[in-house]
Design a protein around this ligand. Sequence first.
Ligand code: DI6
Ligand code: FE
Length: 425
Amino acid sequence: MSIHNHQNEAICFSNMAKGLAMSAALPCDTVWTGARLLPMTDRAQPDTVIDNALIAAVDGRIVYAGPAAAAPAYDAQRVIACGGRLVTPGLIDCHTHLVYGGSRAGEFEARLAGASYEAIARAGGGIVSTMRATRAATEAELIAASAPRLAELVAEGVTTVEIKSGYGLELASERTMLRAARALGEAQHVAVSTTFLGAHALPPEFSDNADGYIDAVVDGMLPVLAAEGLVDAVDAFCEGIGFSVAQVERVFAAARALGIPVKVHAEQLSNLHGAALAARYGALSADHLEHLDGAGIGAMAAAGTVATLLPGAYYFTRETVLPPIDGLRAAGVPIALATDCNPGTSPMTSLLLTMNMGATLFRMTVAECLAAVTINAARALGREDIGTVARGAWADLAIWNVDQPAELVYRIGGRPLHARYWRGH
Ligand code: DI6
Ligand code: FE
């Protein structure tokens, strides 16, 4: 079938002969017609919806996206009528810990009854309890436990997910987590970006020897996992209950030596200036940032480091210090939003609810929230070929049963997704 600037397939057929005769038709395998397209090019505002848009793809890559009236003639085997629905880039969750074993629901109940996070940790709970359950699980068991969480994200139009290790805290279990993450992506037709977060917490066998554990991370784990192709980025938890700036810098130096980009969990509970350190290493993103100061904002702006804000963790831990949104905005730091899906501080599998929280809790605009889970989330993963509907990008699309972009941020609950395409399928 050929498409020639029209949604009406009868007219398209009549143009097919002409298009072929002129040999002008650009071959493509898939065309979407009748879209109300929010392309998210260049951090587009939601009011730049293109009515009656056409998207064409070859081998999962977009070759045209724009007004149907301006589209060249195309040959396509498959034509998908969007029926005037809103079409956005497939959503990107750029910060998750969704592969893990066990549950922390009991810990949640204990906290509701008054136990502190620290007391729970001292009693063998917290991150270490998830570490134990994760170490005890086989790769197949981790996949089975994590698959429903990924499926919930995918059901909301997510086409790319970042998944961190960090509950193994020793080589074999960190490897199992990263392999499980890769396998989950293949099984559910979603791109998975893997991040090695060996420096997440101190495992019991290294208690009182954090520097010794960092030795193990930089000498024993990172080079091996990187050589196995399991590490797209390296992350570290820079915090009083995590690792010091000096320790995190050793991890970043090791990543740099291997040519792997870095990210950081920083300024979540206190201000250790981890974001500025990360910016010095050209970090893709610094994440959380409730306690970020002006110097940190300036360092991030200068380095082009994305601020990934995690309103689910802010909400679930009942944090009261807001991240410095106005300062980030004023400095032009790109802002991403992510679920931080993890069993301790953000047991959350909804990127749409994350956008709603970005608006209600962090006072972000609708335009900012949409950019935060598309083009800016792509940048937080070092990617320019996703998070936008534009020529050259992957044909990752979310088609929604809504009239206007604000609906995606406004609603709490509901299942607005009509269809999802990942690399054209
Ligand atoms: N910051 C967090 O909020 C989570 N990890 C991190 O570095 C907590 C993870 C957990 O409690 O399991
Ligand atoms: Fe996190």
